[in-house]
Design a protein around this ligand. Structure first.
Ligand code: GTP
Ligand code: MG
Length: 260
């Protein structure tokens, strides 16, 4: 889509916003409206996994009404990480400059998009972060969730050498030219550990990482898709990646000088 130009002064020129959805019927429409408000010239890609609650039909209605909306319908629930990979491949194939991802449940406030895009002037990856000064969680994280979030961040920093503070959230913007330098076929995660794994590879290809504060909100409606199986799988994949890193298996040839 060629209509997605935003002022170069505001950040990347051709911006794709991607939303992975599974049963977000109550959340998708208001979110798309808010995104259009804060990123009026962005294209919006919805990746829906045949949600039983009809999210895919709502996506079709949005597409019929709005030129900037595009959809990938997938036959079944294939995991958040696999949806992110599809979004990255789409951004590369369609020549976008930047890819912004956020959860479709209302947890990631679209009013932070301008700050994230502004950060892209000096960074290749910008994270909407709960864990930098000014960021946080609205209301209270329940204890289990707080423990999980803190634990996984600590674990990923230790094993993968990540320096950023919020490594598990999905509110991010990536420079597509840097994503092109990553061999996306090497990414093992199909679920939630994708967030940590892609940051690891972004660091390997020399991305400049930035974080800007966000106030994370509890999902607007519907239920969480994260479960014990997802958590165990995430821990296993990060451990395996950490072992590969220690064994030197994740080294890559230095990238050619940037042309962008
Ligand atoms: N396409 C697709 N989207 C998914 C899948 N799993 C989760 N999502 C979406 O990914 C985003 C994050 O999932 P959530 O269930 O909110 O996970 P969470 O944020 O850790 O959990 P809560 O906010 O506590 O509900 C949401 O937009 C989901 O709809 C999946 O298998 N496929
Ligand atoms: Mg959520």
């Amino acid at each position: 889509m060629s209509t997605s130009l935003i002022s170069p002064a505001d950040g990347p020129q051709r911006l794709l916003v991607s939303l992975a959805t599974f049963n977000e019927a109550g959340n998708l429409r208001p979110l798309v409206e808010e995104i259009r408000q804060f990123a009026p010239h962005a294209a919006i890609l919805i990746i829906d996994d045949n949600s039983p609650d009809g999210t895919g039909t709502i996506a079709e209605e949005l597409k019929a009404a709005l030129a900037e909306v595009q959809i990938i319908h997938r036959p079944t629930k294939l995991g958040l990480g696999s949806a992110m990979l599809d979004a990255m491949r789409f951004a590369i194939e369609h020549g976008y400059d930047a890819l912004l991802t956020l959860d479709a449940d209302g947890s990631h406030p679209p009013e932070c998009i301008p700050a994230i895009l502004a950060g892209m002037r000096e960074h290749d990856v910008m994270i909407g972060s709960r864990y930098v000064e000014g960021g946080g969680v609205e209301g209270e994280f329940n204890l289990k969730r707080k423990f999980m979030s803190t634990g996984i961040n600590w674990y990923a920093r230790l094993l993968l050498g990540l320096k950023t503070k919020d490594n598990s959230g999905a509110y991010r913007c990536y420079r597509v030219a840097k994503l092109k330098q990553i061999d996306l076929n090497r990414i093992r995660s199909r679920g939630y550990s994708f967030q940590e794994e892609i940051l690891f590879w972004c660091r390997i290809v020399g991305c400049r990482m930035g974080e800007t504060p966000i106030l994370f909100k509890n999902r607007r409606s519907g239920i969480s898709k994260i479960n014990r199986g997802e958590v165990i799988q995430a821990l296993r994949i990060i451990l395996q990646l950490g072992i590969d890193r220690a064994l030197g298996k994740t080294r890559i040839e230095p990238a050619a000088p940037r042309s962008d």
